[in-house]
Structure formats: C-alpha cells, structure tokens
Design a protein around this ligand. Structure first.
Ligand code: CO
Length: 134
C-alpha cells in the first residue's frame, strides 16, 4: 500500500541553527522558513536527491509540536511520511485492520497542498506516520 518515502520531519528548538546544520555542515539544499499558521508550525524544507527532510518549529504554545519540544528539548524525529495513491482507500483498509487514525480521520491539506492523515504511533512501531496522497 505505501509507496515512496515523502519526507522525514524533525522538530528543532532553533530553526536558524537547524537550517545551518543541514545547509552548511551537511551541505544540503535548504529553503527559507515557511510559516504555516494553519498547522501551527514554521517549516524549513531540506531537499535530498531521493526524499525531503522537514525541520519543524512550533508557532506558539498551542502548536501541536510545542509539547514534543518540551519533552525533547534538543529536538528529535517527529514523523515519517509515506506516499499512497488513494488516501481514502488506504485509511479504510487501515481502520479495518484496527489501526487508529488521529483526529476525525478525514484527510487535511498538508504542507505540500495534498491530502494527509496521521496514524497513531502506538499502532506503528512507536512512530507517528503521515500518509500523503501523491
Ligand atoms: Co509531514
């Protein structure tokens, strides 16, 4: 069912410092910060030849990742995003298999303007999974 790895998201306590590590130390192509108020995050996109890394920083204390950063003050891996061709079909198969979809289980428009869903980490080896229709 799942296809390509679309991105790995990493929460960082300092977006400028995280950008500098990926741009200057690791030598990757790094975007300017992109504010996404509807998701409560500011994102920096790191382009790799075969996938993307997204550096996430909370926008305000109500951000869904503010709590993550309080528990992990150095930052850390937040989620992995896999591509699926039909997100509704994927969701229905996963729910039938007993997996939990976060929120109201309806796809939302994600950072790449495509429908996304999040799957409960306890059902997937302790990893928060994002599915993106691509
Ligand atoms: Co993501």
């Amino acid at each position: 069912m799942i296809g390509k790895l679309n991105h790995v998201a990493i929460v960082v306590p300092d977006l400028a410092a995280g950008s500098a590590i990926y741009r200057d130390t690791l030598g990757a192509k790094v975007s300017e910060p992109v504010a996404m108020p509807e998701h409560g995050v500011t994102t920096v996109f790191v382009e790799l030849p075969n996938t993307k890394i997204e550096l996430l920083h909370p926008m305000g204390e109500d951000s869904p990742i503010a709590k993550f950063l309080r528990r992990n003050p150095d930052g850390g891996m937040h989620h992995i995003c896999y591509e699926v061709t039909d997100i509704i079909a994927a969701r229905d198969l996963l729910v039938a298999a007993g997996a939990r979809v976060l929120g109201d289980a309806e796809p939302k428009i994600g950072a790449h303007n495509k429908p996304v869903l999040f799957l409960h980490p306890k059902d997937f080896c302790g990893t928060l999974i994002e599915l993106e229709e691509a």
